[in-house]
Design a protein around this ligand. Structure first.
Ligand code: ARG
Length: 415
């Protein structure tokens, strides 16, 4: 018998990717699975066992938490990346990493293809397919869920026929994706944008309007990267987990928005990102202290572009690499300490210090010790407004009419 062609499937242990194992095997593939730990607190060994029971040739598990935090999350933090000003990109940032590991396992296994469990309606399929193409264009990408056209009932029927355990509870109310940078929740009643987010959609955050905990916290940054919480140095995965717990208890990090997907659909997206929201606020507070006005402006104009690249799966691109070089350079002075107060879902910056702070009290003060040159301000302002004096002579601007406003005048009679 000819050797079956080999495929590496990104496996979560859930129904879709379990059915995908059998579906790919039915098509003659020799299936290898890969489960990646990006901080979802899943039991990797039992997911591996499940794959083995479904007859895969080999089941890989990779703890990629540190790699994910260092190579994907920190670049996004240095860039202050928020898609459409809201979404810190948790799911989006994990896809190129998982794609990279699929390619690495495919190379080790001599596989000719990789597979993922994404549907045809989301961003994730694009991110996987495009990342794999960028890393190894010779690899075929198979997306069973996009191809098989099963209804939910047909899928469950297929699963039962093939001895795949189907959760006994009614279909899970939401589609959830979790990693160190946040929790993404979609579907079910959330699909109605008029419907408030039900309490059961939240898992990491206390109700900010209830009586959540409050906390004082200090975060130390080294060149844009958080390195210590309350003075205690921590490796990134531990720091992020701790911050998710602490800020989550204070109700920080709940997001609810209508998002523009890459495939043209608007979707209701609910996120919990306590650590990401807290770190982005602290990082920006430190940047305010150390970046020149020009660099701050340039950097913030690139933040949305960075977020768009990450969102659209354009991670392995020269654009993202060039932006990272810029963000690394801009983050050189972002070293220091930020003090935060967390309460009722809010992050308040209460203090910040940095060795390379550009803040100068002798320039800012209205008190004694003022070193600012007031005379040069006069000359500066005259030139700054010069073009407007010229323009006013050519095309005057009429001030608001006093006749149209309610005006009270008091005249003082001098003796
Ligand atoms: N809309 C988000 C994104 O495109 C979240 C996707 C999360 N995936 C999921 N299966 N719930 O990044």
């Amino acid at each position: 018998m000819a050797q079956a062609k080999k495929i590496v499937l990104a496996y979560s242990g859930g129904l879709d990717t379990s059915v995908a194992i059998k579906w790919l095997q039915d098509l003659g593939w020799d299936v290898v699975t890969l489960v990646v730990d990006v901080g979802a607190n899943a039991d990797l060994a039992s997911i591996q066992d499940k794959a083995v029971q479904l007859g895969v040739a080999r089941a890989y598990a990779v703890d990629a938490r540190a790699h994910f935090a260092e190579r994907f999350l920190m670049p996004a933090l240095k860039a202050d990346a928020l898609y459409e000003g809201v979404y810190p990109l948790a799911s989006a940032l994990s896809r190129p990493l998982i794609a990279e590991l699929l390619v690495a396992v495919a190379h080790r296994e001599g596989a000719t293809a990789v597979a993922h469990g994404c549907t045809g309606k989301g961003n994730d399929q694009v991110r996987f397919d495009v990342a794999v193409a960028a890393l190894d264009p010779a690899l075929q990408v198979v997306a069973p869920v996009r191809e098989w056209a099963f209804s939910r009932d047909q899928e469950i029927g297929y699963a039962q026929e093939h001895g795949i355990a189907v959760p006994v509870t009614a279909a899970a109310p939401y589609s959830v994706d979790v990693n160190l940078w946040g929790r993404s929740v979609e579907g079910g009643v959330l699909e109605d944008p008029a419907h408030p987010v039900p309490d059961d959609a939240w898992a990491w955050t206390a109700d900010p309007d209830g009586s959540p905990a409050s906390a004082q916290l200090s975060i130390r940054f080294d060149q844009g990267v958080p390195v210590a919480l309350d003075g205690v140095p921590l490796p990134l995965p531990a720091l992020l987990s701790e911050l998710n717990a602490v800020a989550g208890q204070c109700g920080v990090g709940r997001l609810d928005s209508i998002e523009n997907r890459l495939v043209g659909i608007k979707s209701r997206e609910v996120y919990e990102a306590p650590a990401a929201v807290t770190l982005l606020a602290a990082h920006q507070a430190l940047e305010q202290l150390v970046l020149t006005r020009d660099l701050a402006r340039l950097k913030s104009s690139l933040a949305s572009e960075y977020a768009r690249l990450a969102y659209e799966g354009l991670w392995y691109t020269p654009s993202r690499e060039a932006l990272d070089a810029f963000m690394d350079e801009a983050n050189q002075p972002v070293t220091g300490e930020v003090e935060l107060a967390l309460s009722h879902g809010r992050v308040t910056v209460v203090g910040r210090t940095a060795a390379q702070s550009l803040y100068r009290t002798e320039l800012a003060t209205y008190g004694s010790g003022d070193a600012f040159d007031h005379q040069s301000a006069e000359g500066f302002v005259a030139l700054f407004g010069l073009s407007l004096r010229t323009r006013a002579r050519v095309r005057p601007i009429e001030p608001a009419s006093l006749e149209a406003l309610e005006v009270q005048v008091r005249a003082v009679q001098h003796a």
